[in-house]
Ligand binder design. Structure first.
Ligand SMILES: Cc1cc2nc3c(=O)[nH]c(=O)nc-3n(C[C@H](O)[C@H](O)[C@H](O)COP(=O)(O)OP(=O)(O)OC[C@H]3O[C@@H](n4cnc5c(N)ncnc54)[C@H](O)[C@@H]3O)c2cc1C
Length: 415
């Protein structure tokens, strides 16, 4: 019998873990609380450190390409006067071995889900059980309990249940709540055809071109780019958090966005940059309070290990949250690679592998969490419009990555 694995959470981290761990006769079950696990309508970029794994190692480039994936060709940074301050060409394959890729979230999620659960790929397919909310976990016995009372057991429990993780509480023995970062984000998507009619926008930006455009004010910024072969244009608008989206029980950090309020917040932005905001459907405008985690004391206990946002939720300012989740998943696969050959699936053997994964991953993910906080700091001096930020500042550290085993060797070489 191969390793028996339960993955709690069917988001990007959970599906990626199933892909990386899928091998031979291993029995992998993904427990997802929602009825249909799917991603919100927004774009996501994977940095070369993660696109290398997803597109190269897991062989998903052509499927993602068929679904409209795009190479990000450059970062272009504008100030409030609409002047380009910085342009960083990205073609990164020579330097980092892969490109920075832009996807519709639903396409990435669907592609990962198929790769994890379809018969077409090597190894026993993972089973995705939806409407399966886990309420607690016993890390030593390797059992999880669902809200309906059902108890399931496995050799390994992967806590990929996101920023509000239940498994995190079980691993740490106490609650670690993600904290507000002072920022919220509006997210919008508009058909590119609508934007192409706005000539003052198209004089500055071609919304069909693979490029990330940032317009930077002191405490607010727009991050925009295309997806699905340039047929849709996506906008993330970062604003100061007003805590208006925390409910009294502190369980929901997302609310409907108010379109007029958003337009007022960006009143002093160049008129071309406000066009995509104007075109966004007020009825589809969401506002996310952005939280992150302080570094946790550990990510594992006994048979249970945390990955993704459950372990190291971070600000989206470097587009590394999902990318780090994919690195975590690849590390699980790499470190558990030799395992089913061994008959010893005792608590101490599994805990030893979890410890090795934690040691390999912790410093790197924690550093990138810290960089993401740093990249969120005001990028202009008070009263000045000059942008003092470089979106590629941490790129060498973030993107020079060739998988967990290589990283472990690099760690040992400097120790
Ligand atoms: C505005 C914004 C922009 C971003 N842009 C990028 C980007 O460009 N690039 C990038 O790399 N990252 C980006 N990120 C970060 C990225 O979205 C997250 O890091 C990533 O989605 C985390 O994936 P996850 O699977 O760990 O968590 P989640 O996506 O939260 O998935 C967790 C899953 O677990 C399920 N679940 C939760 N609790 C339970 C339970 N008790 N039982 C069963 N199931 C459960 C949930 O329903 C969910 O499906 C961005 C984030 C934000 C907010």
């Amino acid at each position: 019998m191969g390793l028996k694995i339960i993955i709690v959470g069917g988001g990007i981290a959970g599906l990626a873990a199933a892909i990386a761990l899928r091998k031979g006769d291993r029995e992998i079950t993904i427990l997802e609380q929602s009825s249909i696990s799917q991603e919100i309508g927004a774009t996501i970029s994977l940095q070369p450190n993660a696109s290398k794994i997803v597109e190269g190692q897991w062989g998903l480039a052509s499927t993602l390409r068929d679904r409209g994936s795009m190479v990000d060709g450059a970062f272009e940074v504008y100030n409030l006067d609409g002047e380009m301050q910085i342009r960083i060409p990205l073609q990164t394959t020579d330097k980092y071995g892969a490109e920075r890729m832009m996807y519709h979230r639903a396409d990435l999620h669907q592609t990962l889900k198929e790769r994890a659960t379809s018969e077409k790929f090597p190894g026993r397919p993972a089973t995705l059980k939806t409407s399966s909310r886990v309420s607690t976990c016993d890390c030593d016995s390797g059992t999880v309990q669902l809200v309906n009372g059902e108890v399931l057991s496995a050799d390994l429990i992967v806590g990929a249940d996101g920023i509000k993780s239940v498994i995190r509480r079980c691993v740490l023995g106490e609650e670690a709540i993600a904290r507000p970062t002072g920022l919220s984000a509006y997210r919008m998507m508009i058909p590119t055809d609508n934007l192409l009619k706005e000539t003052d926008f198209t004089k500055v930006i071609d919304p069909r071109k693979g490029c990330t455009t940032m317009v930077i004010g002191r405490d607010r910024r727009l991050i925009m780019g295309p997806a699905r072969n340039g047929s849709i244009y996506s906008i993330v608008a970062l604003v100061p958090d007003e805590n208006m989206n925390e409910d009294s029980a502190n369980t929901s950090w997302t609310t409907e966005g108010n379109h007029d309020k958003m337009m007022n917040t960006f009143a002093d932005f160049p008129s071309w940059a406000r066009k995509p905001l104007q075109l966004a459907m007020a009825s589809e405008l969401g506002l996310w309070q952005l939280r992150d985690l302080d570094p946790l004391p550990t990510w594992y206990s006994g048979r249970a290990i945390l990955i993704g946002d459950a372990a190291h939720a971070m600000l989206p300012t470097q587009g590394q949250g999902a990318s780090q989740s994919i690195e975590d998943a690849e590390a699980l696969g790499a470190f558990f690679n030799a395992f089913e050959e061994s008959s010893d699936m005792s608590l101490s053997s599994i805990a030893d592998v979890n410890n090795a994964i934690f040691k390999c991953r912790y410093d790197r993910a924690t550093t990138i969490q810290a960089y993401s906080r740093q990249a969120a700091k005001p990028a202009t001096e008070p009263g000045d419009r000059k942008v003092n930020m470089n979106p590629a500042e941490f790129m060498d550290y973030n993107c020079s990555y060739s998988g967990a085993i290589d990283w472990k060797r690099r760690q040992e070489a400097v120790a």
